[in-house]
Design a protein around this ligand. Structure first.
Ligand code: 48H
Length: 263
């Protein structure tokens, strides 16, 4: 044990720095980069890592979990359909049956359980890191351009660093930030009825939930979207505080990426 305070301080700082940079260096080239640690991104991260792929998740906020924590209007309960409750149970998250077709979940248990599950499956989560751009190599989306979110928030002129990926999943929720970069900056035509981003439509819970999984697909070589980002690209309706579609979308995009990367 270190007896001198100064030696202990050096050891503790060194431990953090060495371990962090080891993690960063080990993930400079990944199989799958996921932008956004919301429910869809976390389920995708869990399934992809469980399938043996190298997965890095980038989350601009300090706390991963996306829109899960707030339940509906800050009432910290979330709802899911019966079939999606099974996904939560796989993560060890408890649910309570409600009205035959639905389950309620404590949103704090759901957010923390999804984060823990993704991490334990082997996905690495870089929080407070914003993906500010994509990498394009010969017409294929090939990675992410990352910087500290506080640097972006303070508009500091600091150049980013780059991580390459075989597949990039936009799990950024409503704004589909990454697909936006691909369409508006790289000028690519995505797999949508117009080749562009159709934009999210207003509230229609049943339809939004019905189409979320169908909206979850490969959009362009190397580029995929899950959850609300997938809905935004395809002009899907929003569905409010029911999260079954998000969980199933995360699972679906993981399956698609696993199949594509095995080709
Ligand atoms: C790094 C980023 C960046 C960036 C954003 O919104 P999310 O929870 O995502 P989903 O799609 O898994 O879940 C959507 C759900 O929470 C929701 O909003 C629903 C069901 N709404 C229905 C309705 O009607 O309103 O999480 C996205 C995450 C967030 O944590 C962002 O901070 C993060 O992505 N993020 N991270 N780099 N450029 N942009």
């Amino acid at each position: 044990m270190d007896t001198k305070t100064s030696v202990m301080e050096e050891t503790i700082s060194g431990a953090i720095i060495r371990r962090f940079f080891e993690k960063l260096e080990n993930n400079l080239a990944v199989d799958v980069a996921i932008v956004g640690a919301g429910p869809s991104g976390l389920v995708a991260a869990h399934d992809l890592a469980k399938a043996g792929l190298k997965v890095a998740v980038y989350e601009s906020k300090l706390a991963p979990g996306g829109g899960t924590w707030g339940g509906g209007m800050l009432f910290n309960e979330v709802t899911v359909q019966n079939d999606a409750a099974e996904i939560l149970h796989e993560f060890g998250i408890s649910t309570r049956q409600y009205d035959g077709q639905y389950h309620t979940v404590d949103s704090v248990e759901m957010a923390s359980g999804l984060i823990f599950g993704a991490r334990k499956a082997g996905a690495v989560i870089f929080n407070t890191v914003k993906v500010e751009d994509i990498v394009m190599h010969d017409g294929v989306v090939s990675g992410v351009v990352i910087n500290w979110n506080p640097v972006a928030r303070l508009e500091m002129h600091v150049d980013p660093i780059v991580v390459t990926s075989r597949a990039l999943i936009d799990g950024t929720g409503h704004p589909s930030e990454i697909v936006n970069k691909a369409v508006h900056k790289a000028g690519v035509k995505i797999d949508s009825p117009t080749g562009g981003i159709l934009g999210e439509r207003p509230m229609w819970m049943a339809d939004g939930e019905r189409t979320t999984v169908a909206n979850t697909k490969r959009l362009y070589p190397g580029l995929y979207a899950s959850g609300m980002a997938a809905n935004n690209t395809q002009g899907g309706f929003r569905m409010g505080p029911i999260f079954g579609g998000m969980l199933k979308s995360g699972r679906r995009i993981a399956q698609i990426v696993i199949e594509d990367l095995a080709k």
